[in-house]
Design a protein around this ligand. Structure first.
Ligand code: NAD
Length: 353
């Protein structure tokens, strides 16, 4: 089976090598197809997301994607459409998600005993809507001193992400879905999102549904992490809330994720390209390794995916070759080897070969 791989920018290439090492240890025979996106594509093709890369990504069932660098205040990007027009997006990652019609970004964030302290029982999945909200790119400025952005929320996108979240909760034996919003201020936009979630919830009487304002949710997850199970929210709140949850779990380097659509999917860490760590083998590869596990599960290799999660738990519990963000002195590739060795030990055929 073919799968794509985007090696990314900054720490991207190092953590990609690490993730591929761990996935190889599962014995799943994937044929990786490299796809140039980001700084490499810009240098070689004059565009960070060339139409050929979009076509390659659309034709593959799944792609492992490392983080990409997007410069502050100059992230806007235009992508050529089949009818010859250009569509403008606010950033490269947004363009990638929307060009591939990906609509939900599930980010499972778990605490790990020995690493996460009072948050070691944290176990939430954040379902971030990724097609709209203030990230649609409709921003204008009036001279130097005034600017505005449009926040778009539609029934179609809100119901779609809500249904996905409730179905996911049912499939995974989870009990509660919580909608995060700011509907006391954004009456029409977040109000619509909340209303859609409530309507969908009525079809899932076996699950508890409730909602919290995003500011209260930030306070509550710090004080009472077990309060959360599955969380569904508009684009921007999901972006921010997942970094907060990852910080509580102990490191951004522990938070994997996926971007799912009906035809294809990408799998990426919640964190960015960490230019401060790039090229120094200091980055924690676990978030991308676990994103790789999510990719395997998506492609039907649930046992192998579970092996990666279990191997990672073991390595963290034994503090085996941990990277500096987790208090260790291990290098990126050493932590990957520690996980890969355990994965291979669950898989005797691979070990013997
Ligand atoms: P970042 O997530 O790259 O880094 C934030 C902090 O977390 C930094 O201190 C960094 O060293 C640390 N960190 C991140 N990943 C880590 C890891 N694996 N191991 C250990 N520490 C880690 O966020 P930023 O600094 O705001 O952004 C850097 C670049 O990444 C920007 O160009 C931004 O646009 C881009 N970015 C890309 C994505 C993506 O491709 N999905 C997501 C977020 C940011």
């Amino acid at each position: 089976m073919k799968a794509g791989v985007i090696h990314g920018d900054g720490i991207g290439p190092e953590i990609t090598d690490a993730a591929l090492t761990v996935i190889a240890a599962t014995g799943v025979p994937l044929e990786w197809q490299p796809i140039e996106v980001g700084l490499t594509a810009l240098a070689r093709h004059g565009h960070a997301l060339p139409p050929a890369a979009v076509a390659q990504l659309r034709a593959l069932p799944a792609t492992l994607k490392a983080p990409l660098i997007v410069n502050k205040m100059e992230g806007r990007i235009a992508c050529l459409q089949p009818d010859g027009t250009d569509l403008a997006y606010p950033s490269l990652n947004n363009a990638l998600r929307r060009e591939l019609s990906l609509f939900v970004n599930p980010r499972p964030i778990r605490g790990f005993p020995g690493i996460s302290g009072r948050y070691d029982a944290l176990d939430i999945v954040i379902m971030r809507e990724i097609t709209e909200d203030v990230y649609i790119g409709l921003e204008t400025h009036q001279g130097d001193d005034s600017a505005e952005a449009i926040k778009r929320i539609t029934r179609e996108a809100s119901v779609r992400v809500a249904k996905f979240s409730f179905d996911y909760a049912r499939r995974h034996g989870r009990r509660r879905v919580t909608c995060l919003h700011k509907a006391n201020v954004l009456n029409y936009t977040d109000g619509l999102f909340l209303r859609c979630c409530r309507e969908v919830a009525a079809d899932y009487p076996d699950l508890v549904f409730d909602d919290l304002m995003i500011d209260a949710a930030c306070y509550t997850i710090v004080r009472e992490p077990a309060r959360f199970d599955v969380v569904v929210c508009p684009n921007q709140y999901g972006d921010i809330f997942s970094d907060l949850a990852a910080g509580l779990a102990g490191s951004l380097g522990l938070a994997p994720g996926a971007n799912l659509g009906f035809k294809t999917a990408t799998f990426e860490a919640s964190h960015g390209a960490a230019p401060d760590l790039a090229g120094r083998a200091l980055a924690n590869p676990i978030a991308l390794v676990l994103s790789g596990a999510m990719l395997l599960e998506h492609l039907g290799y649930a046992n192998q995916a579970r092996n990666i999660w279990n191997a990672t738990r073991g390595v963290l519990a034994d503090a085996d070759r941990l990277t500096p963000d987790l208090g260790g002195t291990g290098k990126t590739w050493q932590l990957a080897e520690a996980i890969a060795e355990r994965v291979a030990s669950f898989n005797p055929a691979k070990e013997a070969s």
